[in-house]
Design a protein around this ligand. Structure first.
Ligand code: C2E
Ligand code: CA
Ligand code: CA
Length: 571
């Protein structure tokens, strides 16, 4: 026991020191070299507890376990008389943890024994502010869940841990089905409250080792260490899906939403945060497309994507930076006059050493790694600006058709990009025709409806691309404000000899005419096809027969020729 070791002179000296300490008003401890408390000042007792419970205890034992190493190191650092150390630690108290800045100095007592003097300053207020700021920077204000930046850290940690231990993890992307409808109909306060409850339920359906983050409006991502098989993932997903299917009682409303989930596994489906997130996202989108309220686990076979060609993916990122993408413009002509009415912008990748790479080879990959948002935004703006130049040379107006991919359509910035394209080019809204596929409309009809209505408000028109090859649910033709149907090449190719294709084209053309939609036939290569389509009321024709996809300079030459021919004809 330390008290037995004390002799009188030491006691006197210590008492002199002690009264000095009391005057200072700081929390002061005298410790033996092992860190056991010999004396604690009044202030220390006030802050931490009773004297009886302090003297004789090890200082380390009073400190929160998270700071054991720190305090141990600080004590060890003051190993020789005269040596000092400084450390910020938390004391365990009955109330909130007490943060103290502790300055430790080693000295020799009257008997030449090594002792320590530790002077503590209460910095709880300061620490609380710092902690709150740190918390704010890494957490979502609405739900209190980790935000995207903390999620990135967690994913990086999970990757490092997996590499060390050989045990994988999975990444789950989910968003709420039908959330937008609630938010629009009942307002943001209800939407926010719903998100808070949903976040809590999702959180409760996970284990302690899992991370759940909110990464956007109603989008969440979870990191599940150790869950790597389809079965393990589906078990967790089922819990999440069923908890989201229960009714939500919010501000007097009984609300029903749901969730669709996509998952990707490290390292099988991607060795980086970006790839895992992109693949989980793609899988989630598939879950939505195929009925919602389910979980799809990514697999390269299922998604039939060449993106596992890592070098191609890397080359693409580089190519975006180096401006290797360009647009070709394919004329779309009037079926009666053969006059050019507009152009479809078609993307190409001029890849050094590989020539002109067609979109079928890179659009699906761009869709899966997210680059499509960048490429699509560029294409939309570039096409609008280019059309304006065509107009200047031709002295008349054209429309421009631009393809919009599903992921681009879902992107928050999509409408802004569209506005910018119109503003930059000076085109009128109605000169812009955006081509989307049936799948986009079917995947999330509520969202699609909202976006399409915003497009209509800007006078921008919408075409259904590859009509007849997707879901062919005609209900959406009634629901959505669509201007144009583009009949897929598959139905044009064998015209007019194929009786079935002739019948299909006939039906589509008559349907369009009754619904007051304009029609474009795609892939028209032969005069017979042209004649059949014109005769049956197809308004516009696009195909190699009337014009291949051309470089802007080629289009300009064509337009100049056209203008001079028309001048000659007129004179
Ligand atoms: P799509 O939108 O159906 O485009 C029509 C495709 O048919 C183009 O292929 C065009 O070159 C081709 N084509 C036109 N006339 C004929 C013809 O008479 N005969 C034949 N055999 N083919 C014809 P391309 O340029 O290879 O584009 C393929 C697909 O890539 C497009 O299909 C579209 O889905 C996608 N794509 C192209 N550009 C973009 C873009 O900027 N953004 C997005 N998201 N997708 C794009
Ligand atoms: Ca198209
Ligand atoms: Ca098409």
């Amino acid at each position: 026991m330390f008290s037995l070791r004390r002799d009188r002179s030491d006691l006197l000296a210590a008492e002199g020191l002690n009264s000095l300490m009391e005057a200072a008003g700081d929390a002061v401890f005298r410790l033996n070299r092992h860190g056991e408390i010999l004396y604690a000042s009044k202030r220390a007792i006030e802050l931490i507890g009773q004297e009886a419970s302090l003297v004789g205890q090890s200082l380390q034992g009073l400190v929160s376990s998270a700071d054991h190493t720190a305090i141990g190191n600080a004590i060890a650092q003051a190993a020789e008389p005269g040596q000092r150390s400084r450390v910020n630690i938390r004391f365990r108290t009955l109330a909130a943890p007490l943060w103290m800045e502790l300055r430790i100095v080693a000295y020799a007592n009257a008997r030449g024994e090594h002792e320590l003097l530790a002077v503590g300053r209460d910095i709880s207020g300061q620490q609380a502010t710092e902690e709150r700021l740190r918390h704010m920077a890494t957490h979502d204000g609405l739900t209190g869940l980790p935000n995207r930046s903390l999620l990135s850290d967690r994913i990086r940690m999970a990757i490092a841990h997996s590499k060390r231990t050989g045990k994988g993890f999975s990444l789950i992307a989910l968003d709420l089905d039908g959330f937008k409808k609630v938010n629009d109909a009942l307002g943001h306060p209800v939407g926010d409250a719903l998100l808070r409850v949903a976040a809590m339920r999702l959180y409760d359906s996970l284990r302690d080792v899992d991370t759940l983050a909110r990464v956007g409006g109603d989008e969440f991502v979870a990191v599940l260490p150790g869950a790597t098989t389809e079965q393990e993932i589906q078990t967790v997903a089922r819990r999440m899906i069923s908890t989201m299917q229960l009714p939500f009682e919010i501000h007097g409303h009984t609300l029903y939403v749901g969730t669709s989930i996509g998952a990707a596994v490290f390292p099988e489906h991607g060795d980086s945060e970006v790839k895992l997130l992109a693949h989980a996202d793609t899988a989630m989108y598939r879950a939505k497309e195929t009925g919602k309220g389910r979980c799809v686990v990514f697999s390269p076979e299922k998604f039939n994507q060449p993106e596992h060609d890592v070098s191609l993916e890397a080359a693409m990122f580089q190519a975006v930076r180096d401006g290797e993408f360009l647009l070709h413009y394919q004329p779309i002509v009037d079926a009666r006059t053969r006059r050019i009415m507009g152009f479809e912008a078609l993307m190409r990748w001029l890849r050094p050493g590989h020539g002109m790479v067609p979109p079928a080879q890179f659009i699906p990959m761009a869709e899966s790694n997210g680059l499509i948002n960048l490429l699509g935004a560029w294409a939309l703006k570039a096409a609008c600006v280019q059309i304006k130049r065509f107009e200047e040379v031709a002295g008349r107006q054209f429309y421009v058709s631009v393809n919009v991919s599903p992921r681009q359509f879902r992107n928050d910035q999509f409408l802004d990009v569209m506005d910018e394209a119109i503003r930059l080019s000076g085109l009128q809204g109605r000169q812009l025709l955006l081509e989307i596929t049936e799948g986009i409309l079917m995947a999330d009809p509520e969202h699609a409806e909202a976006i399409l209505n915003s497009m209509i408000a800007r006078d921008v028109r919408i075409a259904i691309d590859d009509f007849g090859t997707g879901y062919s649910s005609l209900a959406y033709l009634k629901r959505f404000p669509i201007a144009t149907l583009k009949i897929d090449r598959a139905f044009i190719k064998d015209l007019p000899s194929s009786v079935k294709d002739a019948a299909i084209c006939n039906v589509v053309l008559s349907l369009a005419s009754h619904l007051n939609l304009s029609t474009v036939a795609e892939g028209v290569e032969k005069e017979e096809q042209f004649a059949f389509l014109a005769e049956h009321g197809c308004g516009l024709i696009q195909g190699y027969l009337t014009g291949r996809p051309l470089l802007p300079e080629e289009v300009l030459t064509l337009l100049k020729e056209e203008a001079s021919a028309e001048q000659q004809a007129a004179s």
